[in-house]
Design a binder for this molecule. Structure first.
Ligand SMILES: Cc1ncc(COP(=O)(O)O)c(C=O)c1O
Length: 447
């Protein structure tokens, strides 16, 4: 029996109540989960409760949590400052559907952190990228967008293209085929999304050349974090920005995952790049639904002028704004970043030392508060490289670590871990001690 199968069986035996809960849920909910990403075999863990950097499942097992809701919870679970802000707000009203002052303060704080002049709110990363793309289309009067294989920008039709295309359909690396990631996306929408290869300026040049005068925007994740952690090459983001300008297209940086996590001002600050539009979600809400898109004044002006329409009943809902404002001003204070970056580096260095010493395939990579182990034969620079990740080794690692009380990251080898403010050096040591126990299984998997 494969090592991963053994670990999966051990996992199944210690999470019987989650299995039963999934079976019950399937009666009312397709697949038993309300987002496809939440399902994994043999059954997902059902959470009983969570606090700080840990959670507990229905069977009473405790886990060190590095999934942290797909990277949302840089504050950890149920942070006291955020709970206080939300509780105070709840007493003043849960929802207004009318403007109020706190939303302005929140907007001002985002404009202080990021190189943007104006920001509008939404409720999810999907909405943020959808609106940013519409703004770009309205501003430029063009329809097409260029997006990168392996990058994920949510579930709306324009971006659910070439997300994880099967390699036999993906076509030429320099000039990839457009591959829909789901049934139900109209051809008329899909033809306006041009796929491209990350970290390859020639591929971008070809995409612009083939669609001359038609591209409204290039959208990308500054560090593609839906293929693990894929670092952009030195100067790549600046070159993309320059090429957008030369071609009359806007540069949209999807900072849903990097946002306030990579640095105070996200990837804009970390890489010193100033895109035309940015998209934010996840961490900016401190654990509550909150998203935003923003940009320079001339671009966002299409909303002032009514050229582009943006609306939403729940936009800048009071709870999300209270939580988000507390997150930015009370939790993610300047002193937090060096401490968390240090914790993340302990993990990255610790993994790399062990992998090297043991002669195991793969490497640890990370930035800000995120990282992962890419069980790949070479450094992953784009989606096609990521396809070489050894799934068996990854599964041995992920289930093996779960069985030792450590949720290293959300399920699948395209995710990454997050370090939160509740984590300590002792937690990082516990994490690495768990990994040392898994090493013999990885040797078995590597063969
Ligand atoms: C980079 C990126 N953009 C957008 C989204 C979509 O965000 P949401 O799930 O809040 O719609 C995600 C979700 O993981 C993401 O990783």
């Amino acid at each position: 029996m494969k090592a991963s199968q053994l670990e999966m069986e051990k996992f199944a035996a210690r999470t019987q109540k989650s299995k039963a809960a999934l079976e019950n849920g399937k009666k009312f909910i397709p697949l038993g989960v309300t987002s496809n990403f939440r399902y994994y075999p043999p059954h997902p863990i059902f959470v009983h409760h969570a606090s700080g950097g840990r959670f507990w499942d229905l069977d009473g097992n405790e886990y060190l949590d590095h999934n942290l809701c797909f990277g949302v919870l840089m504050a950890g679970h149920a942070h006291q400052e955020i709970l206080r802000a939300v509780t105070q707000q709840l007493e003043k009203g849960t929802m207004y559907g009318m403007p109020y002052e706190l939303e302005q303060k929140f907007a001002e704080e985002l404009c202080r952190r990021f190189p943007i002049d104006r920001v509008r709110f939404a409720n999810s990363g999907t909405e943020a990228t959808m609106h940013a793309i519409r703004v770009a289309r309205g501003f430029t009067g063009r329809d097409k967008i260029i997006k990168f294989e392996g990058c994920y920008h949510g579930v709306h039709d324009s971006v659910l293209i070439s997300y994880k295309p099967p390699v036999e359909q993906a076509g030429d690396l320099r000039n990839p085929n457009m591959v829909k990631a789901s049934q139900g996306i109209p051809d008329g929408t899909a033809i306006n999304t041009v796929p491209c290869t990350f970290n390859d300026l020639e591929a971008l040049e070809i995409a612009f050349r083939k669609n001359r005068g038609e591209v409204a925007a290039v959208i990308l994740e500054p560090i593609p974090m839906n293929i693990g952690v894929c670092m952009p090459e030195e100067g790549y983001l600046q070159a993309v920005q320059r090429m957008c300008k030369e071609n009359g297209a806007l540069f949209i940086m999807d900072e849903v995952k990097t946002g306030v996590k990579l640095a105070r001002g996200g990837a804009c600050e970390y890489f010193n790049v100033k895109p035309d539009l940015i998209c934010l979600a996840k961490a900016i809400g401190g654990g509550f639904p909150m998203a935003a898109f923003g940009g320079r004044k001339e671009v966002m002006e299409v909303l002032d002028l009514g050229i582009v329409f943006h609306a939403g009943t729940y936009n800048s809902n009071t709870v999300g704004v209270a939580a988000g404002y507390a997150m930015l001003t009370k939790v993610l204070t300047d002193d937090v970043y060096p401490r968390l970056h240090k914790l993340n580096q302990i993990l990255i260095d610790g993994y790399n030392d062990i992998l090297k010493k043991e002669g195991l395939k793969g490497y640890a990579v990370g930035a800000g508060v995120n990282g992962t182990v890419q069980f790949a034969p070479r450094v992953v620079k784009n989606y096609r490289d990521w396809l070489e990740v050894d799934e068996e080794m990854w599964k041995v690692w992920w289930y093996g670590m779960l069985n030792r009380g450590i949720m290293t990251q959300a399920y699948a080898w395209d995710e990454q871990w997050t370090v939160c403010v509740a984590h300590t050096e002792a937690d990082m040591e516990q994490h690495l001690a768990g990994f040392r126990e898994v090493v013999p299984l990885l040797h078995q998997a590597q063969g």
